[in-house]
Write a protein that binds this ligand. Sequence first.
Ligand code: IVH
Length: 679
Amino acid sequence: MNKNVIEKIENLRAKIRYHDGKYYVDNSPEIADYEYDQLMIELRSLESSHPKLITPDSPTQRVGGEPVSEFTSFEHRVPMLSIDNTYSDEELREFDKRIRRMLKDAHLNDEVGQADDIEYVVEHKIDGIAITLWYENGVFTRGATRGNGFRGDDVTTNLRTVKDIPLRFLCTDHTEIPPEIEIRGEIYLPDKDFQMLNQGREEAGEAQFANPRNAAAGSLKLLDPNTTAKRPLRLFAYSFGFYGDSKFTTHIECLESIEKFGLPVNPHYKLCKDIDEAVSYCNSWEAKKSDLDYQVDGMVIKVNSLELHDRLGSTSKAPRWVISYKYHPEEATTRIEAITVQVGKTGTLTPVAELSPVPLSGTTVSRASLHNFDEIERKDIRVGDNVVVQKAGEIIPQVVKVLVGKRTGNEKRFDVPERCPACESEVTKEEVYLKCYNPLCTAQAKRRIIYFASRNAMDIEGLGPALIEQLVDKKVIRNYADIYSLKLDELVPLERVGEKSAQNLIDAIEESKARDLHCLICALGIQNIGTHAAEVLSKNFGTLDRLMDASVEELDEIFEIGEITAKSIINFFSNSHTQDVINKLKAAGVNVKATHSKTDAVSDIAGKSFVVTGTLNGYTRKEIEDIIKNLSGKVSSAVSGKTDFLIAGESPGSKFEKAEKLGTTILNEDGFENLINKI
Ligand code: IVH
């Protein structure tokens, strides 16, 4: 191979990457588009004469993937959690107080210094699509959407078309490039590109996107990467996910490093010395945000110290070291045409306002949740009222207030139902909610069965809402255990069911009996238990019987299960009707054992409190702490009466003495490994 050609190709690629960085990251291009295009043309022509020299990270290789029929699933090594929201200065200050309280409660002040010097980094909350990008030795290998936080879609080929995403890190110092690193950020579509895209769609007679976020999501999830390549998607990166042994100590350092790697970080981040400064920075953007050419739905406030991130940890939904400050959403005025009542799967009655359709933040709103019946009274909402609506959390519209001045006298008060609209049994008031506790209520039964058969639960193909409606209305089934006694001749007479699809359904039902325990736990429809919590419970208890026998304390000790969830589990299983249904499931042969359970040994770690001290040989501090947390153990920094295990490396110091005094079990690294290997 001609050495000159190789060199020429490499030089061209380096030049193009440099100018990509100038254009996309620094926002200050040094050459005109024409010159840039000439570089690309030259590179393309050299590569087409020497196809063996084409590498996947060449700038010419962004587009070229074949359309796919569906995306493959992508499991996140580190969960992509969500962020808790706040809407006021007070709530932000409460967040700061909560952090201090938690650090204090965990006796951590000694290690973190007085908790009164917590710095925050405040960033724009970009209203786009969360994605993750994996780089191996500086080369982009895989990228995915967030999905449910634990599993997303592999959209690598589409992400390769996003010019902000370098196919290879732009930094030249190779000693800084880690073997493996995960960068997270938000894909968005700038406002002007959104408008152009919609204009083009209108001209072509195609449906328009409701807002830039939907347009970005739609573009990223196209099955043909060539179409995605035509959408000018952009990226702001905001954190690392997995970062191996890289020694970062602050979030600011992470942002600087991401920029060094060549990924764009939103320039408006600010290091604030305390919560007051963070609050004023958040406020300062409320009026200015409309000047930006991308959508910002709030600010994100992050603790700067990564050590504090570790110490504060996460709930199963969101890390405790971050909070968002959401700006007040847009409002619109419309009329309430009617108020209807929905019955949820746990029997809660929810009033819903049926509205005259009105455009709001990019979508047309025709229904709004009224949350509960007290709310109707408190806001004095009447049928026929003109009301102000807004989207809370951007998705579910809600009624903010009634325009009392517009009343004509023909508005009608809504009568709070005394009976369930579906089964007519009397309802019970529980705090602000009305509940139907009739275990045989058909509305609830339908919702529960729909949930039971759904994809994330028992995944019974062919058993969808329409069929379940019919089966319950015709009294063929009353609860989800009845699914397992369905017969072919009960299905065939139903609407839109043929002989063949009935047999397929019977087969799918049979097949679902073998689902892993976590699917069943999720399918039961226990309040507050979604897919992830179900996996945690399945791993910790191993069998349904053990879970049913668990006490609140046992449940509460599990790292990711809070007190409220623990109570709803206990409530659920203590109901005699539930017990009957579960007995039926068991009798039908539904699997009630976990395949990957942590047997008894697991309970040696799950819910137990660990302190690590001294120098370890086989692990970094973070690694050993992550192992413990992954096995649902707790890590704290100070030894107390509540500590179950002290893991002591070399030169352990005073914690060792304290643990000896308290009679805490002390393990060396081998002892710890024995403990985890029992699993
Ligand atoms: S940090 C664990 N920083 O907001 C949370 N997220 O509502 C780590 N988002 O899923 C995310 N701008 O998609 C972070 N500057 C920013 C962000 C940001 C937008 C999104 C992100 C997340 C969602 C949560």
